[in-house]
Design a protein around this ligand. Structure first.
Ligand code: GDP
Length: 707
């Protein structure tokens, strides 16, 4: 059956106020400081949700509602916010900009249908925009680009567009041209309607004045419009025909073709403005409505059968069986635990029973809430394609599929990177210890990139996360929200360990002290593998020397032992293990005995192999005025950083490096003082790599000192 005829079967529920093709689930993604928060704030103002706009630098922005975010002036949590613009419901998922929170970005991208990419008209594409962009590509999220900060000195729209084209390898098509730049930036030319949109002052309430294109811009506007047609002729047959036959191409022709190109991820239309000075914001809302997909455009939803794992498909529709994906858990001081979810098919009602396919448990929706930045609206039902928060779901966590128990489906799960930094937390009193336990499990539920373990040597509670800032926030929240009094250690890098050379072991675990004994015997070998391999185990036992039912216990023993390496207690990775042989005893062998034997064999073999540390290496990028370049590079080298690439343009140098995370603590402060605050930097985890012997020695010494 073709897509179109299937869509004819689509029916909408009676209670719906906004038709599904008028729903937009979007994210705003950007490098930190590009203006994402400011732009989102303006969206909320112009859509009428928010009449008193808080400026980011005053720390009152509505989206940044968590206290810590306000103090730090950055957005961390993906709050989902709803607003209405020209009969369209726009759900904005606030994607975090800081690299420590890439998992949050991934999480929110999974449930978006489209995104606005915000770029700074002065600094262009920065490394983090590249990261976010790659993530958007992974989930095939259609994007429109907004070049912000046109009022700043050095702002250049077309140069930024070229930068996006070069660095992100996408077909970027300007659909606007700026009128003026820097302090003379007045507004934009809409190349589709061929009108000039002018804002006569910088007030939020400034009306848009629509005029004909000023004569001095007519030529460039014509050229730019021709370029749009040329680009579209490559992706759109209808435009190509009109173009080849020299037929007139209407605004509507262009709009339809742009929309198709955007949804097919073939083109990225680019617009410009200044969110801060309130120019060019309303057109972006129009662009969202015109070009970004509705849930109907993302018609087919792939999933699998929870019992058989067979792939199954669903499609959007209020009358379809219910299926939703939980993408965020938040603890709200007033209503308790909120599960943010996107409805892929069907309708959610208060009191409805849903199955969690991970736990195989049923629970009921309590209240259903549609979230605005700082208020919430209770709804009886939430329809297909929408985003909302549910109260009352039991045992639910990020990434869970909730579904109609009669028609279960598992929607694709979300993958998260491994934590790279950890700190020890030491509760002050026994009471704090109890509270800490509760708080940590609640936080871990909200945030899958945050992990907890107990150090087997010291008995300390160790929490790990994606970066220094990530852990700072968690520390803050423990203290403020959960009122836990605790001392914390210095942030530690989460190392890995690996074997130096191939090795083997032939290990027996035997206990015979009257009564029933224990007997397990395992022979294995291990070989080093390349970086990023992880740990793999293969069973090569023949003739039932180790009975089949015990093999998985041998594996469990190996995996258990591999969580704490012999060198520093870090997970052991990048090796392959073959279980070769063994023997068993008819009476004394047991699951536990083989688990112990597996674990001991692993330890014996790694001891023989010799161990070394692997450390997390970060891709660190610095953008600095050229005059500080020497000092910046000197500093990076002293941190064992490796310079990969350097480029200077208009007196601004971009330096790309690979630098060990362990040398990065306090880096932003150091960079600020070296460059008088004029450089910016960003980093993301690259890989786990080897380290010099001297440093390894130092780490071991420090570790022993701690004990
Ligand atoms: P985010 O980190 O991407 O959310 O960026 P913010 O919205 O917090 O903005 C970062 C800084 O840039 C803030 O100080 C804003 O006031 C400022 N800013 C945002 N938009 C503009 C703009 O259009 N022009 C200028 N000059 N500054 C802006």
């Amino acid at each position: 059956m073709s897509k179109m005829t299937e869509k004819h079967k689509y029916t909408e529920a009676d209670g719906r106020t906004v038709p599904l093709d008028h729903v937009r689930n979007i994210g705003v993604m950007a490098h930190i400081d590009a203006g994402k928060t400011t732009l989102t704030e303006r969206f909320l103002f112009y859509t009428g949700v928010n009449y008193k706009v808080g400026e980011v630098h005053e720390g009152t922005a509505t989206m940044d509602w968590m206290e810590q975010e306000q103090e730090r002036g950055i957005t961390i949590t993906s709050a989902a916010t709803t607003c209405l613009w020209k009969n369209h419901r726009i759900n904005i998922i606030d994607t975090p900009g800081h690299v420590d929170f890439t998992a949050e970005v991934e999480r929110s991208l999974r449930v978006l249908d489209g995104a606005v990419g915000v770029f700074c008209a002065v600094s262009g594409v920065q490394s983090q925009s590249e990261t976010v962009w790659r993530q958007a590509k992974k989930y095939s999220v259609p994007v429109v680009a907004f070049v912000n900060k046109m009022d700043r000195v050095g702002a250049n729209f077309l140069k930024t567009v070229q930068d996006i084209r070069d660095k992100l390898s996408v077909t970027v098509v300007p659909i606007q041209l700026p009128i003026g730049a820097e302090e003379h930036f007045k507004g934009v030319i809409d190349l589709i309607s061929q009108k000039a949109l002018i804002w006569n002052n910088e007030e939020m309430t400034s009306e848009v004045e629509v005029t004909d294109i000023p004569s001095e811009f007519v030529d460039s506007a014509n050229q730019a419009r021709d370029y749009i047609v040329e680009c579209l002729a490559e992706t759109d047959e209808e435009i190509m025909e009109l173009f080849l036959e020299d037929q007139p191409i209407t605004d509507e022709n262009l709009r339809i073709a742009i929309r198709k190109g955007v949804i097919a991820n073939e083109i990225v239309p680019a617009a410009c403005g200044t969110a801060f000075k309130n120019k060019g914001v309303q057109p972006i809302l129009d662009i969202i409505n015109d070009y970004l997909p509705s849930p109907l455009d993302v018609w087919e939803i792939q999933g699998s059968d929870p019992k058989t794992d067979e792939p199954i498909k669903r499609h959007v529709g209020d009358e379809q069986p219910f299926a939703g994906l939980v993408f965020k858990i938040m603890t709200d001081p007033y209503v308790g635990k909120l599960a943010f979810f996107r409805i892929y098919s069907g309708t959610a009602n208060q009191g409805m029973s849903v199955l969690n396919t991970r736990t195989n448990e049923k629970s009921r929706f309590g209240r259903l809430l549609q979230m605005h930045a700082n208020s919430r609206e209770e709804r009886d039902e939430i329809f297909s394609g929408d985003i909302a928060a549910a109260v009352g779901l039991k045992n639910v966590t990020t990434g869970d599929t909730i579904t109609d128990p009669k028609n279960p489906i598992v929607l694709e799960n979300i993958t998260f990177p491994e934590p790279v930094v950890s700190i020890a937390v030491e509760p002050k009193t026994q009471q704090d210890r109890d509270k800490l336990f509760e708080a940590i499990s609640s936080l871990a539920e909200e945030d899958p990139t945050f992990q907890v373990k107990t150090d087997s040597d010291t008995g300390q509670t160790i929490i790990s996360g994606m970066g220094e800032l990530h852990l700072e926030i968690i520390k803050d929240r423990l203290h403020r929200e959960f009122k836990v009094q605790a001392n914390t250690g210095e942030p530690q890098v989460a190392f890995r360990e690996t074997i130096k050379r191939a090795s083997d072991a032939d290990t027996k675990f035997v206990k015979q002290s009257g009564g029933r004994g224990q007997y397990g015997h395992v022979v294995l070998d291990m070989t080093p593998c390349k970086e990023g391999h992880g740990l793999t185990i293969e069973n090569k036992v023949t003739g039932g020397n180790i009975p089949k039912e015990y093999i998985k216990h041998v594996e469990a023993g190996i995996k258990d032992a591999a969580t704490t390496g012999s060198l520093g207690g870090y997970p052991v990775v990048d090796l392959h293990i073959n279980i070769l042989d063994g023997s068993y005893h008819a009476v004394d062998s047991s699951e536990l005995a083989f688990k112990m034997a597996g674990s001991m064999a692993f330890k014996d073999a790694t001891k023989k192999a010799g161990m070394k540390f692997l450390e997390p290496i970060m891709a660190l990028e610095i953008v600095t005025p050229e005059e500080y370049m020497g000092d910046v590079i000197g500093d990076v080298s002293s941190r064992r950083g490796q310079i990969l690439e350097m480029e200077t343009q208009d007196n601004v140098t971009t330096v790309k490096t690979n630098t060990p995370l362990s040398e990065m603590f306090g880096y932003t402060t150091a960079l600020r003082s070296i460059t008088k605050g004029r450089a910016t930097s960003s980093m993301e985890p690259s890989h786990f790599g080897g380290m010099p012997k001297s440093i390894e020695k130092e780490i071991l010494e420090n570790k022993n000192k701690d004990k």
